[in-house]
Design a protein around this ligand. Structure first.
Ligand SMILES: C[S@@+](CC[C@H](N)C(=O)[O-])C[C@H]1O[C@@H](n2cnc3c(N)ncnc32)[C@H](O)[C@@H]1O
Length: 248
């Protein structure tokens, strides 16, 4: 019989599955093509080459279609059928014949893959996984990563900055009264979420970079952290084999 913790985790996963069940975009700061293309350029810079790419949690394929011209073969994975429908439309419109899509989650995806990849990436997804799930994700990804490959996790919520951003500290018109009202509002949201057993934030969990680094280290990777260029409260983790493990 599943324990209390397992039940809680499965309830949480159900919440996110339902949350994304009818979504049609990745919730970027702006849905303007110009903005998305700049975001994609930043990400391509950090992906830094490779020929094959797995985009986990590809959503509506907003970034994936920009990655397509730079790669030989790409696979987009998402558990949301509505997101994948949107991604299919975009792929057809842009004639990206090198992208295939798979409906799966962080547990089921691995058995559905037919080959391994030079780059395994996820943008704005890691916040929907617990640290234990991130651990499993990195472990499984390491088995599907080609030699010299990288796991690049984009736009992770930074727990040191996100709460400050949420209470409006970074906004141009930040003032004491306004901040105080936002703190009160956030407090109410947290209280009602914990009373109804929902996640505190629809943006998911903020994960400390050192926790990610510790997990990556355990599987023989080194991690470089980079500040997100377009979201002041997010960071990217670029995970690659350490020079010691590269020798094997
Ligand atoms: C914020 S959206 C980002 C989409 C896309 N990466 C982008 O940047 O446009 C997060 C996506 O991750 C997917 N997702 C979240 N948790 C997932 C999981 N455990 N397995 C598969 N997909 C997941 C959601 O369905 C959603 O499409």
């Amino acid at each position: 019989m599943p324990g209390k913790n397992e039940k809680k985790l499965s309830k949480l996963k159900d919440f996110w599955v339902e949350f994304f069940a009818d979504r049609k975009d990745g919730g970027h700061r702006s849905s303007d093509e110009e903005f998305i293309s700049l975001e994609a350029k930043e990400k391509l810079f950090h992906l830094d080459g490779g020929k094959t790419l797995l985009d986990f949690g590809c959503g509506a394929g907003e970034l994936l279609v920009y990655y397509a011209p730079e790669y030989k073969q790409l696979v987009g994975v998402d558990f949301s059928a509505s997101m994948l429908d949107e991604a299919s439309k975009k792929i057809r419109e842009r004639k990206c014949g090198n992208i295939s899509l798979i409906q799966a989650d962080d547990k089921t995806v691995w058995d559905k893959l037919e080959y391994s990849f030079d780059r395994i990436t996820a943008a704005g997804v890691i916040q929907y996984l617990t640290l234990q799930e991130i651990d499993n994700f990195i472990f499984n990804a390491s088995n599907y990563l080609n030699k010299g490959g990288k796991i690049v996790l984009f736009d992770i919520l930074d727990p040191r900055l996100y709460p400050l951003w949420k209470i409006g500290l970074f906004s141009q018109d930040a003032g004491f009264g306004k901040i105080l009202r936002k703190v009160g509002f956030e407090f109410k949201v947290i209280l009602s979420a914990s009373l109804s057993n929902r996640p505190r934030d629809i943006l998911g969990f903020a994960h400390n970079p050192y926790a990610i680094k510790k997990i990556a280290n355990r599987y023989g990777f080194e991690t470089i952290f980079v500040k997100s260029m377009y979201y002041e409260y997010k960071y990217h983790a670029i995970i690659s084999r350490t020079s010691e493990s590269r020798e094997f």
